[in-house]
Each structure stands twice: as structure tokens, then as C-alpha cells.
Design a protein around this ligand. Structure first.
Ligand code: ZN
Length: 418
């Protein structure tokens, strides 16, 4: 019997699109020169996946949940818990978590939702907020932590909380800071009322602490907008997800660039490996990430890697940049092709969602996907792309089937029946 093969999933974030007029109607995947991706297609089984239902666009968080075999329709409770976990807060089942912005407010009106895209001083501000609420609010523990730039996360921990509350975010400059309140369905729910009241007290208290904090005195002196309010949104109860190692009996590693997806990996008890050269932008060092995959695979049964840059190019509507970003994924995949023994390794190359440059956002288009390596039956497809994959043997599958297919080729999926 063959030993179990190592499983690797390479994700080009948002890699997949629609015909682009400036590319003579080709997609960015079809128009570019990607020798490694084409080799995966030629030696592999190709097709498409739908994360939830055909046509349903997904986020990066839900997109990755599907790839890892966790049904977001059943388990997803909002982005807050993963965001909070990603910034290093120990989120526990039952906690209510939020994403937050440091913002600028003047007389109750939001002047800048990102406080001038503040990059420094948020650590000191967060420390001041935590100190102010070190005794909690109404018996509930308050944990607040800064993330990258203007972003932050907030976790409430205690009895009698409910995430069915509204965002404290006007979602546009010039809007009035709204009060947090229970959503319509939970308007008479005491837990939702209590949670909303805690959030209102937090927002007001933070504003008092931040207004004349020395970080903001320095910002005003430098002509920068002060970060004098925090706007929590996206409340979610931390979901009960079976940890990945228990779900599959596989040791697993994740190498990603975005806090949100990193948070999912941490939540699933995967080993999240940080690559210092991974920036999440066009300047990221994809070869360092590919090498990290090689090293992680030496000690793990399963490795997921996400290169973020294609998801950066797509939303800006820039086809040239999107193609340069896909070329980074291609180089990383090329390093894997050269390095691994493909008699004992299974690879999947895909995306978490499509991001057509003509849409400038995530779309619900079927996602290109190819399986390669041990056990795979090549299907005659010659190049990696939306049109060529229409002839592939994977056809169009549900994203929740991915881990079954990987497990079959790797020899880790138990038999169903006698
Ligand atoms: Zn994504």
C-alpha cells in the first residue's frame, strides 16, 4: 500500500475572471504567459468549483472555509471572530467579536472613516482603551487590539451577549455616528439590548480617552486627522468549528498574507506560519512563500498557501496588474513543481473566489481549479484558464468536494462502507 501523499492547496486570491475587452476578449488567466500553471493543467484534472451555489459570490473568509471543507451556510457567523483571531486575540466559542476602524469624528459627524489611514500610534491608543475598560462593562470583559493601519478588533466575553446588533458605522464620510441597537428581529431581546448598550458605552468611553491622548495631540500638531473614535461593526459569535487536525486526522499548516484568513487558520488549530517577506501586496516575495510551503510540507500532511496579490489587482480594475499578480502565483507554483516528488504529493491550484477586473469586486463566477500529482488522471486540457477548463474532467463541482478529492488521491479519505 502506498504511503499517504502530502496535500498542498495553492490559492491565488481572487484568481479568475471574465473576458476583458482590452485583452481581445480573453481573461487575465488566458491572456498571460504562465508556464507552471499550464504544466499543472496539462498534467492534471481541470474544472471549476462553486463555493456555495452557482452564482453566489463569497468573501475571502467564506471562500477559504469552503476549500477547507467547512460549510459557511451552516457555520459562518460573521467576519469579526476571524479578524479578531487574526490580530492575536484569543477568541473563544461564545465570544462576540467585531471588526473596528480607528476613525475621525467631529461634533458627532464622521470626518474620516480611516483616521487619515493612520499607521502609527494605534498600539498606544488600544492600550489606553483597554486600561479604561480593565474592569469590563456590565460584567462583560472587553478586549481591544489594533491591527494593520486603521483596523482593529474588539471582543466581548461574558454571559448574556447576543450579536444581533447594528454596526456603529455610517459607512460614509459626513455621516452621523449611529447608536448601536438590536436588529429588528432582536429588538425585544434582553441579550441584544445589553450587548448594544455595552458597545455604546465602549464607543463613548473610547472617544473620551482618545480625544486628548498624546497620539492625537501629535497628529493634530502635524496637521493629521485625530484617531478619536472607534467604530465597531460586523458583530459575530465565535463559531464552533471542529479543529482541522481532528476533522481530518492531518497535521496542517497555513501560509497566508491576510489577517482574516490567518484568523480562520488559527481558529481551526492549523499551524499558521508567518513569512516575513510576504507583504500582501504586489511587492510580496512569492518565492519565499513557496519555499515556506516546501519547508512546511516536510513536517505537515496538509499545507494551504494563499498569495494575495491577484485579489489586489482585480478590485482596482487593472488587467495588467492582475496578470502580473497571477505571474507571481505562477512562479511560486513553478518552484513547487521543481521541488516536490509528485509520486508522493497532491497539489490543487485554485482561488477562493473570482475577481473579474471588469467587475472590480468578488463575483459569483465558477472558480478555475486543477488537481495535479499522485494518482491524478490527466484529462487532456492543455492550458490553465477559464475557457480551456470547460473541457476538463472535474467539470463543475461544489467547493465542499475539494477535501474529498484531495483525500482520495492522498489516500487519507476513509472508505464509505465495508
Ligand atoms: Zn480572497
Amino acid at each position: 500500500m502506498h504511503n499517504n501523499a502530502t496535500q498542498i492547496i495553492m490559492i491565488g486570491d481572487g484568481m479568475g475572471g471574465r473576458p476583458v475587452p482590452s485583452l481581445d476578449g480573453q481573461t487575465c488567466l488566458e491572456a498571460g504567459d504562465y508556464p507552471a500553471l499550464d504544466e499543472v493543467a496539462r498534467g492534471g484534472e481541470c474544472g471549476y468549483t462553486d463555493p456555495i451555489r452557482p452564482g453566489q459570490a463569497v468573501g475571502s473568509d467564506t471562500g477559504h472555509m469552503v476549500i477547507l471543507g467547512y460549510d459557511p451556510v451552516e457555520y459562518y457567523t460573521g467576519r469579526g471572530p476571524f479578524e479578531a483571531k487574526g490580530v492575536g486575540i484569543d477568541v473563544q466559542p461564545g465570544d462576540v467579536a467585531f471588526r473596528c476602524n480607528f476613525s475621525t469624528v467631529e461634533n458627532g459627524i464622521i470626518k474620516d472613516r480611516r483616521a487619515g489611514r493612520i499607521t502609527e500610534g494605534t498600539h498606544q491608543l488600544a492600550a489606553a482603551a483597554n486600561q479604561a475598560f480593565s474592569d469590563g462593562i456590565d460584567g462583560v470583559e472587553v478586549i481591544f487590539k489594533e491591527s494593520v493601519a486603521h483596523r482593529a478588533a474588539l471582543v466581548l466575553r461574558g454571559e448574556g451577549l447576543d450579536p444581533r446588533i447594528t454596526d456603529v458605522d455610517p459607512h460614509e464620510t459626513g455621516g452621523k455616528v449611529p447608536k448601536c441597537q438590536p436588529t429588528a428581529e432582536a429588538s425585544n431581546d434582553p441579550a441584544a439590548q445589553k450587548t448594544a448598550a455595552i458597545i455604546n458605552e465602549f464607543v463613548q468611553g473610547v472617544q473620551e480617552v482618545f480625544e486628548n491622548h498624546e497620539v492625537n495631540q501629535q497628529r493634530r500638531a502635524a496637521g493629521l486627522p485625530p484617531a478619536n473614535i472607534v467604530l465597531p461593526r460586523g458583530a459575530g459569535t465565535a463559531p464552533h468549528l471542529m479543529p482541522f487536525p481532528e476533522q481530518y486526522g492531518l497535521s496542517s499548516a497555513m501560509i497566508v498574507e491576510v489577517d482574516l484568513v490567518r484568523g480562520l487558520g488559527l481558529y481551526l488549530n492549523m499551524d499558521v506560519i508567518n513569512v516575513p517577506e510576504a507583504t500582501g501586496g504586489m511587492d510580496t516575495d512569492e518565492m519565499a512563500m513557496a519555499q515556506a510551503v516546501v519547508e512546511a510540507a516536510a513536517s505537515h500532511d496538509f499545507v494551504l498557501c494563499n498569495i494575495k496579490s491577484p485579489g489586489v489587482g482585480g478590485p482596482d480594475g487593472n488587467a495588467e496588474q492582475q496578470m502580473a499578480a497571477i505571474a507571481k502565483v505562477d512562479r511560486a507554483v513553478g518552484h513547487l513543481l521543481e521541488t516536490f516528488d509528485w509520486d508522493s504529493t497532491v497539489l490543487m491550484v485554485t482561488a477562493d473566489h473570482c475577481t473579474p477586473v471588469t467587475v472590480m469586486d468578488h463575483s459569483g463566477d465558477a472558480i478555475p481549479a486543477a488537481f495535479y500529482g499522485h494518482g491524478v488522471r490527466p484529462d487532456g486540457v492543455q492550458s490553465f484558464g477559464e475557457r480551456p477548463f470547460a473541457a476538463g474532467s472535474v467539470h463543475r463541482i461544489h467547493g465542499l468536494d475539494i477535501m474529498y478529492i484531495m483525500g482520495n488521491y492522498a489516500g487519507t479519505l476513509p472508505k464509505f462502507g465495508a
